[in-house]
Ligand binder design. Structure first.
Ligand code: ATP
Ligand code: MG
Length: 400
């Protein structure tokens, strides 16, 4: 029987937290590999992978936060012959890959097994050498290690160890709402928050007809990509019709303040949705000093439009680092498609870089935000996305 063994970073996990973490990790894996059985013992999550092929299991585990590293192995009984033949198969695969040095490492949790760990390792090592004379043992720096774990349920053998993405299982840290533009930064910011275990959903502000179908498609594709990293949960994307709000800001405020006030309007709408849907934090791709809207003064003015916690995971990133991450997670190619987002359309020529909150409040005092917000929310479309697919599109029904 094939088994995947997952090791998680356990530092700082105690008591109930640990149980909560393990259950979330197991559930997130089952979401993505329907039908598998999972079990946690001794700080490891074991998955009976059933009919899934190695590649499918790998593809899922590579993107599941909470997985520090993992191996895929074979579970046999306690018969020495079975253990040996599985061990030789594993060695053969490695020899065929050109590996030449190895060691056997045995852990014996099941104490009734007649051989001690060292004895079993020595026995298997010798047999491997007999069969594959081209190999030699290197206990300090082997090219491959055959792991043998003798457990109550049987003997588990594996020869590989794959690096996982680390982090925390999605869902253990509460719900957050990502302001997702079509740019490079916000999807990367979202990825980092998923990595911290936040069950993340996304909100996008579109301004049709100034922004087109293609721009929306890009955002949907980014949300679909993020849904490959959220433990197989449903990811909600709120697509807010922002045109009316934007036009009204454009008409009534001095041009230099319009960008900040637009951002404040986004915060207000996001806050309204967060309030109703239980999102504790709002996440943005903002970064100090990158563009005019991202001076400390302007960031204060923007976040003072909400009482939610505003998380900016990229705040200390260089653009070059963000781009590298975007490439790694697969969002770069989508983000760099050439379609306008709502803010590039209305961007002022000379935006204020050091807006004071009092001046902003004065500038926006004649705008009826509550009216605009409720109209925008009424026209919001909700995309339900799961495992990379849009499964349903509906209007946002809220009882107000
Ligand atoms: P990004 O690459 O994420 O667009 P950026 O460096 O271009 O970021 P801005 O365009 O100033 O910076 O946007 C700052 C943040 O505001 C974005 O990271 C995003 O979180 C949010 N944001 C901007 N425009 C939109 C939009 N149309 N819909 C949703 N969020 C937006
Ligand atoms: Mg942008």
């Amino acid at each position: 029987m094939k088994l995947a063994i997952i090791r998680y970073g356990e530092i700082g996990l105690k008591g109930r937290n640990r149980k909560y973490f393990e259950l979330a990790l197991e559930r997130n894996i089952r979401n993505q590999l329907p039908g598998v059985r999972t079990r946690t013992t001794g700080s490891r999550v074991y998955i009976e992978t059933g009919n899934y092929v190695l590649e499918d299991v790998k593809r899922v585990l590579d993107k599941t936060f909470g997985v520090q590293n993992y191996s895929i192995g074979t579970l046999v009984g306690f018969e020495l012959d079975d253990i040996l033949s599985t061990c030789l198969e594993l060695a053969e695969t490695e020899v065929n890959k050109g590996k030449r040095s190895f060691k056997v490492e045995t852990k014996r949790a099941y104490k009734k097994f007649p051989l001690r760990s060292m004895q079993l390792s020595a026995f298997l090592g010798e047999k491997v050498l007999e069969r594959f004379p081209e190999l030699h043992v290197d206990v300090h720096n082997p090219e491959f290690t055959i792991g043998v774990e003798i457990r109550n349920r049987g003997t588990l053998l594996f020869s590989n160890k794959f690096q996982g993405s680390g982090g925390m299982p999605v869902g253990v840290s509460g719900k957050g709402l990502l302001l997702l533009s079509g740019g490079i930064d916000s999807p990367v910011a979202g990825w980092y928050m998923l990595k911290r275990g936040i069950d993340l959903h996304a909100i996008h502000f579109a301004s049709p007809p100034y922004t087109g179908e293609k721009a929306l498609e890009k955002v949907i594709d980014l949300a679909r990509l993020l849904s490959m990293y959220n433990g197989g949960r449903e990811l909600l994307l709120y697509n807010v019709a922002f045109t009316k709000t934007q036009l009204s800001i454009h008409r009534s405020v001095q041009e230099r303040y319009s960008l900040i006030i637009q951002r404040r309007a986004m915060m207000k709408i996001a806050t309204e949705i967060a309030e109703r849907e239980g999102y504790k934090a709002i996440v943005t791709g903002e970064n100090v000093g990158q563009v005019a809207s991202q001076t400390l003064e302007n960031m204060i003015a923007i976040s003072s439009a909400t009482d939610k916690l505003v998380l900016r995971p990229l705040v200390g990133f260089d653009k070059i680092d963000t781009v590298e991450m975007a490439k790694k997670i697969g969002s770069f190619e989508i983000s760099t498609r050439p379609y306008e987002d709502c803010c590039t359309v209305f961007v002022p020529k000379e935006p204020a870089t050091k807006a004071r909150v009092v001046d902003i409040l004065r500038a926006e005092k004649d705008i009826d935000f509550s009216q605009l917000i409720s109209e925008a929310i009424d026209e919001t479309k909700l995309y339900r996305i799961k495992l990379g697919q849009v499964i349903k599109v509906e209007s946002l029904e809220m009882d107000n």
